[in-house]
Design a protein around this ligand. Structure first.
Ligand SMILES: *Cc1c(COP(=O)(O)O)cnc(C)c1O
Length: 403
């Protein structure tokens, strides 16, 4: 018999880079999760904006099961039907003509940044390598992507960083104007900053950055790893702004919980690439792509996309009720179901406390930095589940406020 797996084992066997909750989830269905003791939780975290269709959606389970009996993995020495199918769906519904699949958001961004550098060097000159990125941005944890990310605390301590990356304040067009030049290969941003506190780009900012990129022949890269795939109420967030990037990265919700990511770009940019320049063993894996196809077909419907704003409104109404009693929130941030509640100054640096106490009352939430609570539930969470989860969350807020 296997020894019982306990939370204590984590502290012994896992590299200590996380501080997970004290319970271990063992089962999920829709927006509910059960732990080892059979306690039931309402999930407003969605695995960090990944489980866009909740846990174990029957259609995703079926797609995974069916593909699992056909073929699991062939590598990119061979192609496969699910990958081509998913690529075609992405192309038919976005600006893109070409897709590169990988397994995580960081890898999709790594591919995007390498492509932007390669394109500029091939097409213009070897000195066109500057990447402009933004404070508080997050692009993943590989050394290139963490260096492009705008939080030095994540990239310091690992020795020399990839060079020629500059960070300026988000939503500040003058700052971009001050640093962009003919040596710039790319400007990289999240239309809604996820980890950085759920700040939305302003329309003027995105339009202005697009113009500057065109003027200096720099590529505009949108990291939609968190805000894409229906999360904000359109398939991709750029479609709401009407500002089109040259490269877009997608991950998190793309596989509905199965690891997969994609980098989308245009035919013109793709033409600089040829076999051997970049690659991955698992990217475009048939299992991941089969689930991705099914998730795509469910998310990319009026029913799911239009439901996002309705659900946001219910969340905000419920948060307002809590706020009427406890005065903890200063403003609501983000877009759609990438929803943030910024804490009042007296609760700053306490976001993690709210998270921890929330689990005591059996509701899973997230933070985005020290001062913002983040809600990234299933896009199809029911109204009853929102209300029930918020009743539990209200008790958690009461406990934190009275602590
Ligand atoms: C989560 C995230 C990433 C990194 O994705 P991983 O799958 O963890 O590598 C990159 N960019 C944004 C905007 C993210 O939210």
């Amino acid at each position: 018999m296997q020894p019982k797996i306990t939370r204590q084992l984590f502290d012994k066997v896992i590299l200590p880079v996380y501080a997970p909750a004290q319970f271990i989830p063992v089962k999920g269905k829709g927006s509910r999760v059960w732990d080892q003791n059979g306690e039931e939780y309402i999930d407003f975290a969605g695995g960090i904006a990944v489980n866009a269709l909740g846990h174990c959606h029957p259609r995703l389970v079926k797609a995974l099961h069916q593909q699992s009996e056909k073929i699991w993995h062939v590598s990119n020495v061979f192609t496969n039907e699910p990958a081509l199918n998913l690529a075609q769906k992405l192309i038919d519904n976005t600006f893109a003509d070409r897709i590169f699949f990988a397994n995580s958001g960081a890898e999709a961004n790594e591919a995007a940044f390498k492509l932007a550098r390669y394109y500029a060097i091939e097409k213009y000159n070897p000195y066109k390598t500057k990447i402009i990125a933004f404070h508080q941005s997050f692009h993943g944890r590989t050394f290139f992507t963490v260096s492009v990310g705008g939080q030095a605390k994540y990239s310091d301590g690992f020795g020399p960083k990839p060079a020629d990356i500059i960070h300026v304040p988000f939503n500040n067009l003058d700052a971009v104007k001050a640093v962009i030049d003919d040596h710039t290969c790319a400007v990289v941003l999240e239309p809604v900053q996820g980890e950085g506190g759920l700040t939305c780009a302003s329309l003027e900012f995105l339009q202005g950055v697009r113009e500057l990129c065109d003027k200096y022949h720099a590529l505009l890269i949108f990291d939609e790893v968190q805000c894409g795939m229906g999360r904000t109420g359109s398939l991709y967030t750029y479609q709401q702004y009407g500002v089109t990037p040259d490269i877009l990265t997608s991950a998190k919700a793309l596989g509905g919980g199965f690891p997969i990511s994609a980098m989308l770009t245009t035919e013109d940019i793709a033409t600089v690439m040829h076999p051997g320049v970049h690659g991955t063993t698992y990217g475009g894996n048939p299992l991941a792509c089969a689930v991705g196809c099914e998730a795509f077909d469910i998310i990319n419907t009026a029913e799911v996309l239009e439901g996002v704003q309705k659900r946001r409104a219910i969340f905000i109404e419920q948060l307002e009720n809590i706020n009427d009693k406890f005065r903890v929130f200063r403003e609501y941030r983000g877009k759609g179901l990438l929803l943030g509640a910024e804490l009042q100054p007296e609760f700053h640096h306490k976001a993690r406390d709210f998270l921890n106490v929330a689990t005591e009352f059996r509701v899973m939430i997230l933070n985005a930095g020290p001062n913002v609570l983040r809600f990234t539930p299933s896009l199809i969470i029911s109204e009853e589940e929102i209300r029930e989860g918020m009743m539990r969350f209200a008790k958690a807020v009461e406990k934190v406020v009275n602590a």
